[in-house]
Structures are given as structure tokens and as C-alpha cells.
Design a protein around this ligand. Structure first.
Ligand code: GLU
Length: 406
């Protein structure tokens, strides 16, 4: 099922509960702005997008992805999820996303810089601290944010650090941002486990994806959790006694692939998803659990650290089989919550104490979990995604109504 069809199906699941009118449904399924450009790097042209799904609650907010599979449909879905994520976390933002269809691993450092600057030259008119605020996403990082900020400020002729988040510390970045997605994911996972109280002492974990999100959560969970398998785009490794994550990280950083770790069984990504485990963490990309494999998943709980890794029809199968999915808009919201702290600090022109930032971060994550879990426990036909969606959509509709748009 396509990601936009998945989104529509997820909205249908909550439309009765929220009494959504046709007009409200139509508004939720439409986009405020779809910008497209062809970016030129050394004579090669690459498709690029910046899309705002909704901005009733505030300026657009969401990352920019560099990936060979980026499409308009994908960026739309990612922008939609950002609207919901920002609303669920009660951040003063709408939802937006950007992307360039390119394999960044094939570019030199110089070309990556050219591409980042070209992106801003194409879209700078639509960006700004009160308009739309990008951040890192798949295969983009603080270095790229710095090139983008620099190009933006050159074009505008003034400083505006809050126009982008996930910057290097020296340019106003936040010490929290680098591993915030994983930090937030760990808080959500632990809150969830506190509520469902699994009877085992040692929780087994499988992680798909070993980039920023997957690697950092592995680092944070080790050694209290037994991480039996991990994978990246080149394949996976399994060790029933538990992997030594510090060693796996060394191998990943020195060779570029976890499969070079010795002493573990090599498995495919497909096999990894179907392993028996307590927690399966999906930290790669969208559409990983679909109707094709949902009935073979043996994990008890799934934590979506990536955006959209489970399709809506697979959700229904997992729900029927009693497998809880902790949805992306909650599980991976740590990234954008840290971005918010960075943005607020940049706007205030003030250095906020680290303790204050950490407290804000943790309390935002916990309260979003509590709200979501409370509705999930009360509304028997709901899975956790439906609860999170209902809470988020309700706020977006209320903001649209307050503006007199509905
Ligand atoms: N790309 C991240 C996400 O999908 C972070 C977005 C942001 O910080 O604006 O949530």
C-alpha cells in the first residue's frame, strides 16, 4: 500500500471518533505548499522538494532528506507526519519536510556543499524562523545545516540562526540535538515498559537500521537490554547471547557495515524483522512492515524510530495479533523536541541552561506518552497510533477553526 494511501487509511480509523467532516478530512489530506526545483551540481540535475502540509499551529518544521528514493509522494507523507508529531508534542509548529533525490554517498565533500547551497538558493524565499524551519533527516547532518544557514544568511544579508536546527554547536546548535531522537525513543520505550510490565528481567531487542537513530539507541540501551541483532543497509548480524554494542559500533565506524563484526551469524534484513524478540526497533526507512510480512512478525512490541516503517494495513494485522506498535510520531519525536529547544534558544538570543533544556525535553516526551497511552487504554478499538493521531489531529482542527478556516 502506498504511503499516502496508508495516511488516508489511518485518518479514516479515527474519523468517527473525532467526528471529522468531509471538509475537515479534505483539509487534512491537502498540502499548504508544494515547492519543487531541479538542483544543479556540476551540470547534473537533481529533483528537490520543500513541502508544507499544515501551518495552523505555527511555521512549518521538519527535516531535509538526501536519498536516492526521495519522491514528491514521500516528502508529502513525511510533511504530514511532521504536522502530527509537532501537534502531539504541543510544539508551536506546523509540519513540513524537504528532500533531494540523490545518493549522497556518491558525492564529494565539495559537491555536498554545492548541493546544500543550491537547495537554499531554490527555496530560501519560503524558509525562515517564522515561516518554515528545516533540520537534519536521513543522510543530512550538522555540517549540511551549517552550509544551508550560511547560504540563507548570505542571501538575506543578516543573521538568522533560528531558520534551521540541528546546527553545529559553534553556530548556535544544541548539545542535545545529535542523539535526541534516540534519547526520546528510549524515554518512550521505558515509559511503555513501565506500563505493560513484561515479566522478564532481561528485555531482548532487535534493531533495524544503524544510522544516527539506530546506533545511538543501541548505545543507550546497552548493556541493560540484551541486543541480539542489528542491521544496516548491507545486512544484519545475530547473536542470541547478546551483541557487544561498543564493538559493533567500532566495526560500523571503521568498515561502514555491521556485517563485518566477527562471531555473529549473518542474516538478511528480512530475517531480522521476523526474529523472535521482546522489542523490535525500526530505525531505517518507511514501508518495512507491510501486508507481505506482518503475519510473520514475532516481536512483542515495535518501536518506530524511523518515520512510517509500518503501513496502515500491516498495522491492522499487528493489532489483531496483539503486537503493540509505539508509533513514529511519538517514538521519534525527540529530534524535533530538541530542535524546538535550539530554535527557542536562538530566538531568545540567550544561552539556556542545559538542565532547563533537558527538563523541558524529558517532560515533553513523558507527557505526550501519558496522553497517548491514556487514550489507548480507554478506547478499546484503538491501537497506539490511532490514539496519537486523534490527539494530534484534534489540535490541528482546533487551530484551523480558531483561525476561521473551518
Ligand atoms: N527529521 C526529524 C524528524 O523526522 C527532525 C525534524 C526536526 O528537527 O525538525 O522528526
Amino acid at each position: 500500500m502506498s504511503i499516502l494511501a496508508s495516511i488516508e487509511k489511518n485518518l479514516e480509523k479515527i474519523s468517527d471518533f473525532l467526528n471529522l467532516s468531509n471538509r475537515e478530512m479534505k483539509l487534512l489530506l491537502s498540502y499548504k505548499a508544494v515547492h519543487h526545483a531541479k538542483l544543479d551540481v556540476n551540470g547534473n540535475k537533481y529533483d528537490a522538494w520543500r513541502i508544507i502540509h499544515n501551518n495552523a499551529l505555527g511555521p512549518g518544521k521538519g527535516g531535509i532528506r538526501f536519498h536516492s528514493k526521495v519522491s514528491e509522494e514521500e516528502v508529502k507523507a513525511l510533511a504530514f507526519w511532521m504536522s502530527l508529531k509537532n501537534s502531539l508534542m504541543e510544539l508551536p509548529y506546523g509540519g513540513a519536510k524537504g528532500g533531494v533525490r540523490i545518493d549522497p554517498k556518491k558525492l564529494s565533500e565539495e559537491e555536498l556543499q554545492q548541493l546544500s547551497r543550491a537547495y537554499i538558493r531554490a527555496f530560501y524565499k519560503y524558509l525562515g524562523q517564522d515561516k518554515d524551519i528545516p533540520a537534519p533527516d536521513v543522510y543530512t547532518n550538522p555540517k549540511i545545516m551549517a552550509y544551508m544557514l550560511d547560504e540563507f544568511e548570505k542571501l538575506k544579508g543578516k543573521h538568522e540562526p533560528a531558520m534551521i536546527t540541528g546546527k553545529p554547536l559553534i553556530l548556535g546548535g544544541s548539545p542535545l540535538r545529535g542523539d535526541a531522537t534516540s534519547r526520546g525513543g528510549k524515554i518512550i520505550l521505558e515509559e511503555f515498559l513501565k506500563h505493560v510490565k513484561p515479566k522478564k528481567k532481561t528485555i531482548e531487542v532487535v534493531i533495524q537500521g544503524f544510522g544516527n537513530a539506530g546506533m545511538n539507541i543501541a548505545k543507550m540501551l546497552f548493556p541493560n537490554y540484551k541486543i541480539i541483532a542489528v542491521s544496516d543497509s548491507k545486512g544484519g548480524i545475530l547473536l542470541q547471547d547478546g551483541l557487544n554494542i561498543a564493538d559493533v559500533i567500532d566495526v560500523k565506524q571503521s568498515t561502514g557495515a555491521v556485517v563485518n563484526y566477527e562471531g555473529a551469524t549473518k542474516i538478511s534484513n528480512k530475517e531480522l524483522l521476523e526474529l523472535e524478540t521482546d522489542v523490535l526497533i525500526l530505525a531505517a526507512i518507511e514501508n518495512q512492515i507491510t501486508l507481505a510480512n506482518a503475519d510473520r512478525i514475532k516481536a512483542k512490541y515495535i518501536l518506530e524510530l524511523a518515520n512510517g516503517p509500518v503501513t496502515a494495513d500491516a498495522d491492522s494485522v499487528l493489532h489483531e495479533r496483539g503486537i503493540d506498535v509505539i508509533p513514529d510520531i511519538l517514538a521519534n519525536a525527540g529530534g524535533v523536541v530538541a530542535s524546538y529547544c535550539e530554535w527557542a534558544q536562538n530566538r531568545a538570543g540567550n544561552i539556556l541552561p542545559e538542565e532547563y533544556i533537558l527538563n523541558t525535553f524529558e517532560s515533553k516526551m513523558r507527557s505526550a506518552f501519558m496522553k497517548t497511552f491514556a487514550l489507548y487504554s480507554k478506547q478499546k478499538d484503538f491501537d497506539m497510533r490511532s490514539s496519537a493521531y486523534a490527539i494530534a489531529i484534534k489540535r490541528i482542527i482546533a487551530a484551523e477553526k480558531a483561525r476561521g478556516h473551518l
